[in-house]
Ligand binder design. Sequence first.
Ligand SMILES: NC(=O)c1ccc[n+]([C@@H]2O[C@H](COP(=O)([O-])OP(=O)(O)OC[C@H]3O[C@@H](n4cnc5c(N)ncnc54)[C@H](O)[C@@H]3O)[C@@H](O)[C@H]2O)c1
Length: 543
Amino acid sequence: MCQNWMQYQLIKKYLEVMTDEQTLVVNSGHPIGLFPSHKNAPRAITTNGLMVGMFDTLDGFHQAAAMGVANYGQMTAGGWMYIGPQGIVHGTYITLLNAGRLYLGIPDDGDLSGKVFLTSGLGGMSGAQAKAIEIAGGIGIIAEVDKSRIETRSEQGWLSRYSSNLDEIFHWVEDHRSNGKSVSIGYYGNVVDLWDYVVQNDIKIELASDQTSCHDVYGGGYTPQGVTFEEGRELLRSDRKKFNEMVDKSLRKQFELIEIMTKRGSHFWDYGNSFMKAVFDAGVRRIAKNGENESDGFIFPSYVEDIMGPICFDYGYGPFRWVCLSGSHEDLAATDKMAMSRISPERRGQDRDNYIWIRDAEKNALVVGSQARILYADALGRVDIALAFNKMVREKRVGPIMLGRDHHDTGGTDSPFRETANIRDGSNVMSDMAHQCWAGNVARGMTLCVLSNGGGVGTGKAINSGFGLVLDGTERVDTIIRLALDWDVMGGVARRAWARNNHAIETTIEWNKRLGNKGHISLPFIPKEGLIEELVQKTLGET
Ligand SMILES: NC(=O)c1ccc[n+]([C@@H]2O[C@H](COP(=O)([O-])OP(=O)(O)OC[C@H]3O[C@@H](n4cnc5c(N)ncnc54)[C@H](O)[C@@H]3O)[C@@H](O)[C@H]2O)c1
C-alpha cells in the first residue's frame, strides 16, 4: 500500500490528527494531503498503481515505480484488508466443497469424506490447501519440494502428517478412505513423481489441482522433476538454460500424467497459478482449447470459471470480513456468535458451508494479529449481519467494528484471468464494473474507498475496488450499510446477469421483486435459438 516507510509514517500521522470532516487522499502510496469534506464522505480515498492506458504495461510500471510515482496495486493489502491466512483458507475450503458438489455430485449437506484431493504447494497461499481440505472433511495429498515449507505447515498444525515414501502415504490414504476421517498429508518430493506414482499404481484420485508458483516457472517458482529443491536453486544460479529446459520437460510430463488421470475420471482445475499457460509455453499446444493459441482458453477449467464464479460470485457470495477495532478477542467471539445466528444453513449449500465455517472458526484458530474474521456471504447476508453488528456496537456490547472484503468477489474486480473469468459476453476486457463499484461506494459513504491496478494477476491485467466501513453504532451508519453494502455486491450481480449467467439472473429477479419501485436492474431476455439468423435472412430476403 506504500512505496516506503516515510509514506507509511505520514499516513499514520494524518489518520491520528484528522477530523470527521476531512478526507485523506493517497496516490499510489503517497498521502497528498487532508482535504475538507463532510461527515458522510469517505475518510480515506486511495488509489494504487493506476496508469494511463498506453503506459499500463509491466515496463511502464517498472519505470514509474523507479521514479517513485507508482506502487504495486496489490489486491487485498492494497485495499487495506489483509487479515492473515484465514481469508485464503476459507476461500479454498469453499472451492473444494463446491468442486465436490459440481464434479462428484456431493449433496448440499455432504462433505468430502473419503474423497482424495491431489495437489502441490505448501507455500504462502498454497499452504491453505492443507487446512482447507481437513475442514472440508476430505483426504489431501500435497507435494512440496521445500522441506522448510512442510515443517512450517506441520508445526502450525495445518498439515497432519508427511513422508517422502509414497507407499507409506498411500497406506495412510487407504486407511482414511475406509474410516472416512479427514486428513492432510504432505509428500516431501516433486509433484510430478506423485502424479507418476498414481498413474503407475492406478490409484483413484477424485479431485486434483496444482499450486506451484507457475506464474514464475523460470524464476524458481517451479522445481522441475529430477532435482531436489536445493539442486534446483543451484542450477538456477549456475545454468539457467539447463534449468529452463528441465522445467519445460517436467511441465510436459506433468501434463501428460494429468491427462491420463482425467481420462480415468479425476477432475483437474487450474488454481489461478497459470499452470495451463506454463504448460502451453513449454510447448504443449493441445492444452489450448483450439490447439493453436490461448485466445479460446485452455482445456481444463480455472477454479473461477467452473466453481467460484457460477456457484458463489453469480449469487453474490464473496469474502465479507470484519475486524474488531477494540482488539478484544471477546468481541470477536461475540460477533462470530451473532453472525452464526443470522445464517440459515438450510437456505442453500453455500449458506451451510458458511454456517459450518463460522461455527468452527474459533476451533480452527486462524486469527493472526488483528481480531478479524472472514465469512463468505451474499448481499442479503452481508447487510443483515452488518446491521446486527452495528446494533451490538450501539448497545455497547462490543467496541467499533471495521467491515470490508477482499478482491476475490462478485462486483469489485475486473480481472479476466480470475475474478471475471466466467463472464463470457465479451465485457471481460472492460473495467467499467470495478470503477463503478468504487465510485458508488464513495457516493454512498463507505469509510475507505480504494481503487487498484494489477495485484496477484499482474499490472494491466486487473482493476479492483476495495472498501472499508467503520461501524460506530449510529443510525447514519445503518443507512450506509443498507445502501452501500447492497450496491457493492449487486453492481456485480447486475453485470453478471447482463452477461446472461443464470444464477445472477435468478438473484437479480429476486432483488427486483424485493426492491419494488426503489430500484431496478436491467435484465436480459434471451431470444429463442436461431431468431437472429432468421431476422437477418428475412431482412436480406426483403432487400
Ligand atoms: N490459492 C489461491 O486462491 C490462489 C489465488 C491466486 C493465485 N494463486 C497462485 O498459486 C501459486 C502459489 O502461491 P503461493 O503463494 O503458495 O506460492 P509459493 O511460491 O509460496 O508456494 C508454492 C510452493 O510450491 C512448491 N513447489 C514448486 N515446484 C514444485 C514441484 N514441482 N513439486 C512440489 N512442490 C513444488 C514450492 O517449493 C513452494 O513452496 C502462485 O502462482 C499464486 O499466484 C493462488
